[in-house]
Design a protein around this ligand. Structure first.
Ligand code: B12
Ligand code: SF4
Length: 621
């Protein structure tokens, strides 16, 4: 990257601006951008995409919220805008064809993109990219646009994380915009159209060839009225999205035909956890959108588009308790026919009785709480706001609101985290006694303090291309459960031999993850007696067994158990499915043995291992 730094360091602002003007003259001799096409690439590439998973509706399918915001601000400037979401188009197409052989991943998106460019045709394409996993797909889409001779600008979280390297790797885009771009992107277009001097540019790097990058670093993050932009919903068939994929983590609690949407009320987060990229992306603190503008958006979605459930995209939805209560009360006052969830997580310290009461009244059906660890030392070292006491207090409040399904984010594998520290997490989580725990293994994200310090200490190597995350439909854990990748062969032996004062290896962390998932989520079900919670768990396990992970033996076993608890009998189809799963999978047979479970339990109705799972006798929990 040395060459780009040299070019970047043109200290003389005047010559940088002159250079920008020359570049604009060369790329757009007319200096007139009238039509913009905004594009979302497919989330993954053909190699990772599984047709059957898409047909089950398992892949996520989010409306392109960021692009809808950009479309709106560009239209205010008189620019015509269209949005082409190739990810959605592919998922939709997977429901239109019957067989995997008839589904052509690359051919489909390529045809749609070429056709749209030919029919429109745009003066500029804006391509978004949120995840490193999408990098290869971004590169292909940019190359296809370049073949059609349309100049491209890229933006989004992934692009922001490593702007110069990404521009060098992609080669074709003429610019990258970093961070939130509602102000920066229209200024770039104004500058190209000679309506503003290039001195006004900010958050932009112009790409004049490999390593020849011109950076304009002015901070143009939106604030105040800029945050009240209503996304250009008219450009997106929002009604179709939840039909072809999932939005949020709690769709299991809504009827299948529910129309979902997302909404964003705050930017940024008050905390600064070292593993999180929010502060680097959104800056310090929280910028709030006006309550009336947020509720106007929700009202439009429910009244005009038939949306009945919304997932908040916020990183710190409950920042400022007064505002959060005002927001929820206004939703209640306007009597919106709407439920909502906070998949992205809320801070435990904000789960006070007053806030949660207002949330429940306004339609909240589920929240995730960010906890990560139950060990004080770890919490302090990663700067996670909260202590075991804060988490226990939040849990006490949430347990009082049974209609809200409360789950908790946990993470293992922090630097220096020993097995006994992980057991602290398990014990605090157990004492919280909430509805579900979403455990994950630490995967340091570029553009975070933790990543930088782990690279500096030699604990990890800096990544130079795409990272594939462990979680989610494209993640590695899903592959293990499907039997596409190997798990530890003798789980019980492997797990119970990890010394308490040792720092577990990557492989051991996978076993610990598995243990936590069983122990905190599934085993707990044996003791659940509340009717509302039994229904919630049944809905959750039904989706886990039918959509997310049909291969997961635990979800089948506990679906059966919950049927027994609710109806006094178990559906023989569930028993049969479980038996087939165990017969065909050494992986699941080994795990069932380790936890003392068997398919026969569902026919004998003798749940022998209900009080203490076999494997726990070896641990002092
Ligand atoms: C919704 C969401 C998801 C959804 C998917 C969203 C989607 N496809 O649209 C799901 C659930 C799938 C998801 C999954 C994950 N997510 Co996520 N997610 C979010 C979340 C909460 C909201 C995104 C959003 O819509 N923001 C609002 C819009 C307005 O912002 P935006 O899209 O970034 O757009 C703005 C700018 O980026 C820019 N821009 C965007 N595109 C373009 C294009 C051009 C041309 C220009 C000029 C500008 C521009 O302008 C827009 C307006 O300001 C963010 C956090 C956040 N609040 O942003 C995390 C976030 C993006 N996710 C994150 C993470 C870590 C994950 C997971 C790894 C979590 C996990 N452990 O499994 C997985 C990864 C999945 C994978 N595929 O690899 C991280 C960052 C990841 C990274 N690349 O470094 C974030 C930032 C959260 C965090 N706490 O750190 N996520
Ligand atoms: S509380 Fe959540 S969003 Fe905020 S910095 Fe920590 S991990 Fe990121």
């Amino acid at each position: 990257m040395a060459s780009s730094i040299a070019f970047d360091s043109i200290e003389d602002a005047h010559s940088r601006e002159e250079h920008a003007e020359a570049m604009f003259d060369r790329i757009w001799p007319q200096r007139a951008i009238r039509r913009v096409l905004l594009v979302t690439p497919p989330d993954a590439d053909a190699g990772l995409f599984r047709f059957d998973t898409a047909q089950r509706g398992r892949y996520t399918n989010y409306p392109p919220y960021g692009l809808m915001l950009l479309a709106q601000v560009l239209r205010k400037k008189g620019i015509e805008v269209r949005i082409l979401n190739l990810n959605h188009a592919l998922l939709k197409h997977s429901h239109e064809v019957e067989k995997a052989e008839d589904f052509d991943f690359d051919g489909t998106w390529r045809h749609l993109l070429d056709a749209e460019i030919a029919a429109y045709p745009p003066d500029l394409c804006g391509v978004t990219c949120m995840f490193t996993m999408t990098h290869a797909s971004l590169r292909r889409v940019c190359a296809a646009i370049a073949e059609a001779k349309v100049p491209t600008v890229v933006g989004g979280v992934h692009v922001t994380n490593d702007l110069h390297r990404i521009l060098d790797d992609l080669e074709t885009p003429c610019a990258a915009v970093s961070g939130e771009a509602e102000v920066a992107f229209p200024i770039l277009i104004d500058a190209i159209n000679k309506k503003r001097p290039s001195a006004d540019l900010g958050q932009v790097v112009l790409n004049d060839g490999p390593g020849r990058h011109l950076a304009f670093n002015r901070d143009l993050r939106p604030d105040g009225d800029d945050l009240d932009t209503l996304p250009a919903y008219d450009l997106v068939p929002i009604e179709e999205y939840s039909r072809h994929g999932t939005i949020g983590a709690f769709y299991c609690f809504k009827p299948q035909e529910t129309i979902f949407a997302t909404a964003l009320s705050n930017r940024g987060c008050r905390a600064m956890c070292t593993f999180c990229s929010v502060r680097n992306f959104n800056g310090k603190g929280v910028r709030q959108r006006s309550v009336s503008s947020v509720v106007d958006e929700l009202e439009y979605l429910t009244n005009e588009r038939g949306v009945t459930h919304v997932m908040w995209l916020d990183d710190d939805l409950l920042k400022d308790h007064g505002r959060a209560i005002e927001l929820f009360n206004e939703m209640t006052r306007r009597n919106l026919n709407l439920t909502w969830d906070a998949t992205n997580g809320v801070l435990a310290a904000s789960c006070t009785d007053e806030v949660i009461a207002a949330a429940a009244a306004s339609g909240c059906i589920a929240v995730n709480i960010g906890m990560e660890s139950g060990n004080r030392e770890i919490l302090k070292s990663v700067r996670k706001p909260g202590t075991p006491e804060t988490f226990l207090e939040a849990a006490e409040v949430l347990r009082r609101y049974e209609s809200i399904h409360a789950s908790v984010f946990l993470m293992i594998g922090f630097p220096g985290e020993t097995m006994s520290m992980i057991l602290d997490t398990i014990n605090v989580a157990r004492a919280m006694d909430l509805d579900w725990y979403r455990c994950s293994q630490l995967q340091p994200l570029p553009n975070t303090p933790l990543y930088d310090s782990m690279v500096a200490q030699g604990l990890i190597q800096a990544v130079d291309k795409d990272i594939r995350f462990n979680g989610g439909a494209y993640g590695k854990q899903t592959e293990i459960e499907q039997g596409l990748a190997l798990g530890t062969p003798d789980f019980e032996q492997a797990f119970s031999s990890i010394p308490m004062d040792s720092i577990p290896t990557g492989e051991q962390l996978t076993d610990i993850w598995f243990f936590m998932n069983y122990h905190l989520n599934f085993h707990r079900i044996f003791h659940e007696t509340r009717r509302v919670k039994i229904e919630q768990l049944m809905a959750h396990l039904r989706v886990l067994g039918d959509v997310i992970s049909p291969e997961n033996g635990f979800s089948l076993y506990f679906q059966g158990f919950l049927q027994y608890r609710r109806d006094g009998r178990v559906d023989p189809v569930v028993v049969e499915r479980l038996q087939r799963r165990l017969d065909s999978s050494p992986y699941w047979r080994d795990r069932f043995h380790a936890f003392g479970l068997a398919a026969e339990d569902l026919t004998t109705l003798d749940f022998r291992n209900r009080d203490k799972p076999r494997i726990l006798s070896k641990l002092k929990l």
